[in-house]
Design a protein. Structure first.
Length: 474
């Protein structure tokens, strides 16, 4: 009889965990949680502890964890028929069927689909499609991009250049793409930014100031050198920054005026996270390309996709000798495509997006109750995608030592102890992010917020914060 393996020990000995302080875990250090099964919006570790997955793993487990048998059946049928084929000069029914279905769901004019294995690959692929378009239409000198500060677009070298988190890029040398970073749509800190001042309270004024900054960068760099602008409909890193009204319409106008392409990074916001098939629809965006992954399969398989407009792909069809000089071995994998098709079917059959829209108001109301806690400065987001910003006295930012003590030393472990997985994060300011599975009930959302309130109350005590004054507006 073989001994039962110590999975924690084996993981520490052999598994390099992504974006993780691998040396922080061990017998005399922090305990490593090993998850072994899931049910509904919950996951369970090897000791039987249950956690509400308030982050949908990484914003991707839209359906939670109870659709495995149904999706496995779709996968098994595909594996029996055709376990693998590429989309390099060939096609297969699963990829064709998925591309056709996605073209029906996409915003008008974005009916061309390039499959990838994940989000960073989608962003890299979008950049290459942008460059191929400009090269074919007389824009060979359009080699620069504009992205937003703090925004995360992926960790591969091209996507990393677009990412606005300096600490992620510093170890790896000069960026692969020339990128200028402009302000995110963070209204909470406007009064501290001399470029905007504290008088910009209305969407029109805020949007106008943000767009002027972008236009200034375009003019500084040279309009004929800008290939694309990339942004998320609701920005993840920094804590769920929602755009002001008119912002995405303004981006479209700038792109048209100066000849660059507009890319919506929807790796997180597509497929229901904001209650719509695409977050662009919700914010009034009309991008030339959309990058996706995560919710495309509800994370039951690794897959991404880039949606491109008729205009962007036209040069690839106009000249029979022109190649799309980019490819990914597993892009459009039959297994992943079959799972994605079933996932999309379940979204519609089970009213998953309707559940998000029906419960968004309740979730927002409950989260805003946290504003009464001394450590909570702001609550922002949309759909099932929210951030709670953590602050000191008078909305003071925590310094590096305080963030280490609060986010890593206390919150990470205390949230697990409270039976929930959420994300303490300080890529920008200090936040806790929640993005529950889209199938979550009102009762489960209440459970999540109640647990978060308990933990943040203790966090306020840890950071020596008193009660909010009477002037606090909730």
């Amino acid at each position: 009889m073989h001994p039962v393996p110590d999975l924690q020990e084996e993981a520490l000995n052999h598994l390099l965990m992504h974006f993780t302080r691998n040396g922080a875990f061990g017998p005399e250090r922090q305990q490593l949680v090993v998850l072994e099964r899931g049910e509904g919006p919950y996951v369970f570790d090897t000791h039987g502890n249950r956690y509400f997955d308030a982050l949908s793993a990484l914003f991707c487990s839209q359906l939670g964890y109870s659709y495995g048998e149904e999706l496995a059946a779709a996968a098994a049928e595909q594996m029996a028929a055709l376990p693998f084929a590429t989309t390099w000069s060939f096609a297969h029914p699963a990829a064709v069927g998925l591309a056709e279905r996605l073209s029906q769901l996409a915003p008008p004019g974005l009916g061309h689909v390039f499959f990838t294995s994940g989000g960073a690959e989608s962003v890299e692929s979008a950049w290459k499609l942008v460059r191929l378009y400009h090269n074919a239409t007389g824009g060979e000198h359009r080699t620069k991009a504009i992205a937003r500060q703090v925004a995360y677009h992926g960790a591969s070298l091209g996507a990393l250049a677009l990412t606005g988190v300096d600490g992620y890029k510093a170890p790896f040398g000069p960026p692969a793409i020339h990128v200028r970073h402009v302000s995110a749509t963070n209204r909470f800190r406007l009064g501290e930014d001399e470029r905007f001042g504290d008088a910009i309270a209305e969407d029109a004024a805020f949007s106008s100031a943000l767009l002027k900054e972008i236009e200034d960068v375009v003019l500084e760099e040279g309009p004929d050198t800008i290939a694309m602008f990339i942004a998320e409909p609701v920005q993840n890193a920094g804590g769920c920054f929602v755009p002001p009204a008119g912002y995405w319409e303004g981006l479209r106008e700038l792109a048209d005026r100066y000849g660059f392409l507009l890319v919506a990074d929807e790796v997180i916001t597509a497929f229901g996270r904001l209650g719509e098939w695409f977050g662009s629809n919700r914010v009034g965006g009309r991008p030339d390309l959309i990058t996706t992954a995560k919710g495309l399969t509800s994370a039951y398989a690794p897959m991404g996709a880039v949606f491109a407009s008729d205009r962007v792909v036209a040069p690839l069809y106009d000249d029979p000798k022109r190649s799309l000089v980019h490819g990914i071995t597993f892009g459009g994998h039959p297994l992943c495509a079959a799972i994605s098709l079933k996932n999309l079917e379940i979204f519609e059959r089970d009213g998953v997006f309707e559940n998000v829209r029906a419960r968004e108001g309740h979730l927002e109301q409950r989260l805003r109750e946290l504003l009464s806690l001394p450590i909570v400065g702001d609550v922002r987001g949309a759909g099932f995608f929210w951030a709670v910003e953590l602050v000191g006295e008078e909305n003071r930012r925590f310094d590096a030592d305080e963030r280490e003590r609060l986010l890593r030393g206390f919150l990470f472990g205390r949230l697990l102890k409270a039976g929930m997985i959420a994300r303490p994060d300080d890529r920008g300011d200090s936040v806790v992010q929640v993005a529950p599975p889209l199938i979550s009930t009102a009762e489960q959302l209440d459970e999540m917020v109640d647990s978060l309130a308990e933990v943040l109350t203790e966090a306020g005590t840890l950071m020596n914060l008193g009660a909010r004054g009477a002037e606090r507006i909730v």
